[in-house]
Design a protein around this ligand. Structure first.
Ligand code: AMP
Ligand code: ZN
Length: 112
């Protein structure tokens, strides 16, 4: 999609530190890491928010969580947090669906 930051990363128009790539997904390091490991897992297909990942898209949603588990194992993370922010009030700032994989430090709950 034009003018989407993460589509530009997928198309290699903007650089990113890529950790994982398949035909459907890309995962790269967050530019502003909030934990020792902070990786964003994104579908190559553009969706604005997680709310669009409805019953028609269970396969891609499942692939995202499976990728998170695989990357966490590769990073030898036993404890980690997966976050998908949906819309502004939840903290979404980039409107291309992404899952945050955070780990390597103790996490607080509830989140702010
Ligand atoms: P969210 O606030 O949930 O939409 O998350 C967006 C994330 O994208 C934030 O954690 C940002 O630090 C991250 N981000 C923004 N621009 C880039 C970029 N060019 N490369 C990697 N991560 C980015
Ligand atoms: Zn996009």
């Amino acid at each position: 999609m034009d003018n989407c930051l993460f589509c530009k990363i997928i198309n290699k128009q903007i650089p990113a530190a890529i950790e994982y790539e398949t035909d459907d997904l890309l995962a790269f390091n967050d530019i502003s890491p909030q934990a020792p490991v902070h990786i964003l897992i994104i579908p190559k297909q553009h969706f604005n928010t997680p709310a669009e990942l409805n019953n028609s898209y269970v396969e891609i949603a499942g692939k995202i969580t499976a990728a998170a588990a695989e990357i966490a194992a590769k990073k030898q993370l036993n404890s980690y947090r997966l976050v998908m922010n949906c819309n502004e009030d939840a903290g979404q700032s980039v409107f291309h669906v992404h899952m945050h994989l955070l780990g390597g430090r103790k996490m607080n709950w509830p989140p702010g």
